[in-house]
Design a protein around this ligand. Structure first.
Ligand code: NAG
Ligand code: NAG
Ligand code: NAG
Length: 530
């Protein structure tokens, strides 16, 4: 059943490397399929008890709390409080932006016909989300003092249903008549890939294996051949192994998972950045063909062959043609995020640049700078700056943080600002949310996606979904012009008036939708911002 190469095994063990040895298993050897929510095993209860014991040690020793440090620790700070209005001065809000707070639970539940029902439903959905995303590798493990056991603390990985040699197992203790170690697993079995004389092995091919020998060196040699086989299929989880000897226990995890398959873009070798080969410009248009045409013309001045993808949900779509233009017509009024989703889904280049249809490229719209920082750093997305007709330039940088708030939901905090400047790029900073003029790694932006329910407006919602997935930066030296939002009424065209009517009417059903998305989908109870 197995194909095991004795010779290569010898080499592997000799070389003393940490590595994985795979056996080929025929289908059907797995003993189960892990589609049930993962149960907490006895091992995890044991771990929890040990952690609690460690905390309650030395109860009679006194201590003094250092306020300035302790207050930085996350305590129950998920409270929905706005800043008090302290003074009224012109522009005070610009200089010292006040924090406002929005109680999402109140706002959403008071309008809901069945608030208790919706709370319960959210709790159920959240509990099954937690079960699905639970990973045994996240459980804290304490290593005891003076343990004679040697084992790998991290970095051991096995592919689902495959076998590896567990590297680094050993026992260092005084000579005794009989040396014994125990191994216990929950989602796989142990075995030995070679046998060593004077060592007794019990429980080969089982979840619990005991090795013993009167000779410590023989036992340690035998431990070099211990294998672990994952038997419960799950594409991404972890095994917690218990490794013990008389009077000592240790725990370590083996990651179980497929290899992450990369998504690489073959853009051709280039000495200088060839924007047409690596960037696609995506936009969404609605009722503003005049603006769209200005945008396309301005892009063509600087980037004549870059592909432009346009998502269009007009009621009476007009033709938008030209070389390197892809025009996708959507059902009428599908909306803002649906259009972003569609446009971004069609991009085949490494990077996608998002622009609004009322932007104008200028000599300062240097896409090369955005490509450069994405190529040279680990950033996934970088925002630029938008210059209003008044000359004011905005980068719209924000940080986002989430504080745990228990059963009622968590708190979401937006603040103007950024985390830090990026070394080597003095015009750029790291933030959590940026302006709607940004370039991103296409597959990462596609992974996060744009919630198509956000029809009329939506921007920060994308960055909430991206929190923890995308590494985001913002550079103020890549500037696009914004054709004025504020037009004098007598200069407005009919289509501008229609657009504004559509975009800026915020109905109550619309704000209900935003409350629902924050309250239910993202499970927040409160949002604060400044
Ligand atoms: C050593 O101890 C283990 C566990 O107590 C036992 O199973 C094993 O038979 C003993 N071996 C020898 C050689 O005494
Ligand atoms: C840049 O990329 C485009 C599109 O892939 C290609 O047609 C063009 O020849 C490239 N230009 C250079 C200078 O390599
Ligand atoms: C861009 O905006 C600046 C500042 O308002 C203005 O001086 C410049 O002429 C604009 N460029 C274009 C191409 O519209």
């Amino acid at each position: 059943m197995r194909a095991c190469h004795k010779k290569s095994l010898g080499l592997i063990v000799l070389s003393g490397l940490v590595l994985a040895l795979f056996y080929v298993w025929s289908p059907g050897t797995s003993s189960g399929v892990d589609i049930q929510p993962r149960q907490r095993s006895e091992i995890h209860e044991l771990l929890e008890r040990k952690a609690l014991n460690a905390i309650s040690d030395y109860p009679d020793i006194t201590y003094n709390i250092k306020e300035d440090v302790a207050c930085r620790l996350a305590r129950n700070t998920c409270v929905c409080l706005a800043d008090k209005e302290s003074f009224r001065l012109p522009f005070a809000n610009l200089l010292f932006p006040r924090v406002w707070a929005h109680k999402l639970d109140l706002a959403f539940l008071k309008k809901h016909p069945d608030p208790e029902g919706v709370k319960q439903h959210r709790a159920q959905e959240y509990s099954s989300f937690q079960k699905r995303s639970y990973n045994p590798a996240d459980v804290p493990i304490l290593a005891e003092a003076n343990s004679p056991l040697q084992y790998p603390t991290q970095g051991v990985e096995v592919r689902p249903l495959k076998t590896i040699i567990i590297p680094g197992l050993g026992l260092k203790e005084k000579t005794r008549p009989n040396h014994t170690v125990y191994l216990t697993a929950t989602q796989g079995t142990f075995d030995v890939a070679a046998t060593v004389g004077m060592v007794s092995v019990k429980g080969e091919g089982e979840k619990h294996m005991i090795l013993s020998s009167p000779l410590l060196s023989a036992l340690n040699k035998q431990l070099q051949f211990v294998t672990y086989t994952n038997t419960v299929f799950h594409p991404s989880t972890a095994e917690t192994v218990q490794f013990a000897t008389e009077g000592h226990q240790s725990f370590f995890t083996i990651k179980v998972g497929h290899r992450i398959i990369p998504k690489l873009y073959n853009s051709g070798y280039q000495r200088e950045y060839n924007i047409s080969a690596i960037v696609t410009i995506a936009t969404k248009t609605f009722l503003r063909y005049d603006k769209l045409k200005e945008l396309i013309d301005s892009i063509r001045q600087y980037y004549p062959t870059v592909t432009i993808v346009i998502a269009d949900d007009n009621e009476h779509p007009q033709q938008v043609t030209g070389p390197h233009i892809e025009h996708y017509i959507m059902p009428f009024g599908k909306g803002w995020f649906a259009g972003r989703n569609l446009a971004v889904s069609q991009v085949t280049t490494k990077y996608v640049l998002w622009v609004d249809d009322d932007f104008i490229f200028t000599a300062n719209t240097k896409l090369e700078n955005m490509v450069d920082i994405l190529e040279k750093t680990t950033l996934d997305l970088v925002g630029g700056a938008v210059r209003e007709a008044t000359g004011y330039t905005a980068t719209y940088r924000h940080t986002i943080s989430v504080e745990e708030g228990g059963e009622e939901g968590d708190c979401l905090h937006f603040r103007k600002g950024y985390h830090h400047v990026i070394e080597g790029f003095p015009n750029c900073v790291v933030a959590d949310a940026v302006i709607n003029f940004f370039m991103g790694r296409t597959y990462k932006v596609q992974q996060v996606g744009f919630d198509p329910r956000l029809a009329r407006r939506g921007h920060l919602e994308f960055f909430i979904d991206a929190l923890g997935y995308l590494h985001i930066g913002s550079c103020h030296d890549v500037i696009v012009n914004h054709t004025s939002k504020i037009h004098l009424p007598w200069t407005k065209t009919e289509s501008q008036k229609a657009y504004e009517k559509f975009r800026y009417t915020s109905s109550s059903s619309e704000s209900d939708l935003y409350n629902e998305i924050f309250y239910f989908k993202n499970r927040f109870k409160c949002m604060t911002s400044n």
